[in-house]
Design a protein around this ligand. Structure first.
Ligand code: 5SP
Ligand code: FE2
Length: 252
């Protein structure tokens, strides 16, 4: 059976001037995780914030007591040098470090002054590094990236080098409030068929209008920014998103 619904509001749509309170309010409204979008202006044409802001926000939300527990900080790293920031985000309180496949396999990074190489490694080496620091590891793919790049990574017999979650982007990364790309759902269907217990996250354009399609495909981790933070009753939206996913468990 697929894993239960995990609803992860994207704080990109929150009021940044009140970020700590926005995060704790959202948790009080029934969110499971917080989805934290990190953008560097290189990998995507937009910038958000880095580890110092995560450090300040983290105490506003209870730490999870187990992997994937309530309060998980799900950091979506839309950055060109994912290896470079793993340590800083661990220190800041990130629980799940989700990097982009496309960034990991590019080779533009330079070494860091901290004395370790930021030169990009293979996804499996990056996953191992994230695990060694005690975080869960996620791997994300953009709409133009084929799901086929993931099979080898998911089949790896070495458990420490396998991702705990796959993120299938349902918009081009960079901005909240874009239209959902249903064209990406066959990737989710293919992943769910092969991996009944894998955490499969979808991100971009999720709302009460699009959740049924995503849930039918087999997604269980649902990111929603504008749909939650723009709602008159965010708790009601979170509840409906959860219900849509959980009502399909065991039927996929
Ligand atoms: O990673 C991203 C955008 O790049 C997302 O997490 C968005 O922030 C989701 O926002 P909505 O599409 O739900 O408004
Ligand atoms: Fe995101």
């Amino acid at each position: 059976m697929s894993p239960p619904a995990i609803i992860a509001p994207s704080i990109l749509s929150a009021d940044f001037a009140e970020l700590g309170r926005a995060c704790s309010d959202t948790m009080g409204q029934g969110a499971d995780w917080l989805h934290v979008d990190i953008m560097d202006g290189h990998f995507v044409p937009n910038m958000t914030f880095g580890a110092p802001v995560v450090t300040k926000v983290r105490p506003h939300v209870d730490r999870p007591t187990r992997a994937y527990g309530r309060g998980t900080f799900d950091c979506h790293m839309m950055i060109a040098e994912p290896k470079r920031w793993v340590r800083d985000f661990k220190k800041a309180g990130c629980d799940l470090y989700c990097f982009h496949y496309e960034a990991a396999v590019s080779s533009t990074a330079a070494d860091t002054p901290e004395g370790y190489s930021a030169a990009q490694t293979s996804p499996k080496e990056l996953i191992r590094f994230i695990h060694e620091l005690g975080m869960q590891a996620g791997i994300a793919i953009k709409p133009k990236t084929s799901v086929d790049v993931l099979w080898d990574i998911l089949e790896n017999p070495v458990a420490e080098e396998r991702p705990d979650m796959v993120l299938v982007m349902t918009v081009e990364p960079g901005f909240g409030g874009q239209s959902f790309m249903a064209s990406e759902l066959p990737k989710v269907t293919a992943l769910r068929k092969k991996y009944p217990e894998l955490h499969i996250e979808v991100d971009g354009g999720l709302s009460e209008k699009t959740i049924d399609q995503a849930a039918d495909a087999g997604a269980n981790v649902i990111v929603a920014g504008s749909a939650v933070f723009g709602a008159a009753d965010p708790g009601e939206v979170i509840r409906k998103l959860r219900e849509a996913v959980d009502s399909r468990r065991g039927k996929l």
